[in-house]
Design a protein around this ligand. Structure first.
Ligand code: MN
Ligand code: MN
Length: 276
């Protein structure tokens, strides 16, 4: 049950380091929603194994992980760490909605750059980006985005649309790379501003953009995380101890969770007593 242990260690690490008051484990109820595929057919296409026969797609996932998913869900439930998902939407959309309605600061823990679009210093929303590993995770705020890409959180969507993102099958605008994308957004604000000022751009960039006009609008909709989901009311407050200690102990034994079980229990206790 390495995936269960890995997830518990991951959670213990972030809960210990950041002492959150609330935690939500956001789920891909759909990893490749058909409405996004309808907008940009290549979206995540390279990760599809086959159609699932119910209008969706089976994702390429290591088989040993698939078998552990029910155990992951059961363990999180026993701990009292709620799983939140939404039909026909990705975890990205759930995270975006929760971050939008949150009254306090939010740390989004993810290895997905798409969520850089949520970064907003004024509301205390940042991303703890684990793309290069948990121990080397980066705290992505507006200064980080500025230094790395020369954009704001709000500019990330249009930046990604222009540059493209091979990890999601997003082609980008042919002929426009990261540098040009970032300088265009810095200069004109967003895609609308760039298109409106197309006549002032270099002939090469003008040609690239006009060849991609049918892609820009749909791609923007694909990359934009939905912030307005109607989510069930769930208590996200972090428990000081497993909510169902007997079930958790039984799972720890059954799954041989060992030190990982001890570490998550210690993490919950430490967050509960940490000064806020
Ligand atoms: Mn992504
Ligand atoms: Mn994503």
């Amino acid at each position: 049950m390495n995936a269960v242990k890995g997830l518990l260690d991951f959670l213990a690490r972030f809960i210990t380091d950041y002492s959150p008051t609330h935690v939500a484990c956001c789920w891909d109820d759909a990893w490749r929603p058909s409405w996004r595929v309808g907008l940009v057919p290549s979206y995540k296409e390279h990760r599809v194994v086959r159609a699932d026969g119910a209008g969706g797609w089976v994702e390429e996932v290591p088989e040993e992980l698939t078998g552990q998913v029910p155990w992951i869900r059961a363990t999180l439930e026993a701990l009292g760490l709620p799983i939140v998902g939404a039909a026909d939407h990705e975890a990205d959309d759930v995270i975006a909605t929760l971050a939008t309605v949150a009254s306090g600061p939010v740390d989004v823990v993810t290895g997905d750059r798409d969520l850089f679009q949520l970064v907003e210093d004024a509301r205390g929303v940042r991303v703890l980006y684990v793309g290069r590993g948990v121990s080397r995770h980066e705290r992505v705020d507006e200064a980080w985005l500025q230094a790395k890409y020369g954009i704001t959180g709000a500019g990330y969507v249009d930046f990604a649309v222009l540059r493209g993102d091979p990890s999601d099958g997003l082609p980008g605008v042919k002929g426009i790379g990261e540098k040009t994308a970032s300088s265009l957004i810095a200069r004109y604000g967003d895609l609308d501003g760039i298109v409106a000022n197309a006549a002032t751009l270099s002939p090469g960039v003008q040609r690239s953009l006009s060849a991609a006009m049918d892609y820009l609008g749909p791609a923007r909709e694909v990359v934009t995380a939905v912030r307005t989901l109607d989510l069930p009311a769930v208590d996200l407050s972090l428990p000081a101890a497993p909510r169902d200690p007997e079930l958790f102990a039984a799972l720890a034994e059954e799954l041989n969770l060992g030190g990982s079980a001890e570490r998550i229990v210690a993490a919950l206790a430490s967050a509960a007593t940490a000064p806020s």
